[in-house]
Design a protein around this ligand. Sequence first.
Ligand SMILES: *Cc1c(COP(=O)(O)O)cnc(C)c1O
Length: 394
Amino acid sequence: MSNQSKSGKGTESVWAGELKAFHDGSHTVPIVNSVTFAYNDLDEWYEVAKGEREGHIYSRNTNPTVQVLEEKIRILEGAEAATSFSSGMAGISNTLFALLKPGSRVVSIKDSYGGTSRLFLEFLPAYNIKVILCETDDHEQMEREIAEGCDLVYLESPTNPTLKVIDLERIAKAAKKAGAVTVVDNTFASPINQNPIELGADLVIHSATKYLGGHSDTLCGLVCGSKSLIHKIFLYREINGASLHPETAYNVIRGMKTLELRVNRQNNNAMAIARFLSDHPKVEQVYYPGLEKHPGHDIAKRQMHGFGGILSFELKGGYESVKTLLHNLKYVHLAASLGSVSTLAGPPRTTSHVELSEEQRRQLGISESLIRYSAGIENAEDLIADLEQGLGLI
Ligand SMILES: *Cc1c(COP(=O)(O)O)cnc(C)c1O
């Protein structure tokens, strides 16, 4: 485990990785756009190249700006080490390809992010890697499958789009017993709301495209964990080449300075909106782990510091009602993605789960009247008033 002293998450969001002033007293992180790094002394160059001395050789491998971002997420997640990628999916696929080999067995869940599901269903089986997808909230099934032999357990919590909650501590314990590595995609929660390493996970993955960047203007992936696992993943990425550009790293660093402010606001907005929708006659069902009636509420209360900024809800009146509401909202962009300062919403049947059949969606509990709503940092009163007028038109 890391041994840094524990500051508040707001303080860490601002200062982690940036305590000392940079070149020439620069107060902000310099964007080092150099691909290669020059040495005056061949012996020094040789030592850096051999990994015996700190320094940079080539930016596909390491870069000073990118390194600050990796340090920031490392501290926020309480990990020993971190590495970075050009997108969240690059982080996920590099992690899986670095750690798995033909004959490996993976246990995961049905409600994974769409891109991750495609890795599990299309790409990994081509390398003779067996993937078992369990019912997302069936902890007993996961424990049974893990006990049958498992190299890697891959989890997400809360999940997309119905915000199912997995007891991460319980499943990580089962994985440890089986000698498997536990990987948690923590994108939905962000490090402000949940820290899977504290709950026993070995690796934490973020699509920093979402809450960490926070402004929907940057693709980035980050992975944290033990020194040895991160080194293995880093060596694979070095050659695979899915490296993060320093300009992009800077955008994410800047975004992360307000991470705690944004996420706390989004937690409060989502909770207020979930309560408002729960009482509305045009709304059939609300999915939000902060609601006492949500099936995962007790686990979420135990393992999360906040319930997150994403909720989903079903309207009465089917897809026609979805169209009426979404076409008449003022403070929402109808778009994929989540975790931005501005509110984003859309029907999973059009966005994250467009490739599934109606029947497959039904099996995942995704009805055509379901809307996913990622609350931004606007004032809750305005978002609620907007929803109220839109629902009034149904
Ligand atoms: C968006 C997302 C990803 C993929 O991230 P990209 O940055 O778009 O590649 C992975 N997992 C979750 C939970 C996501 O929401």
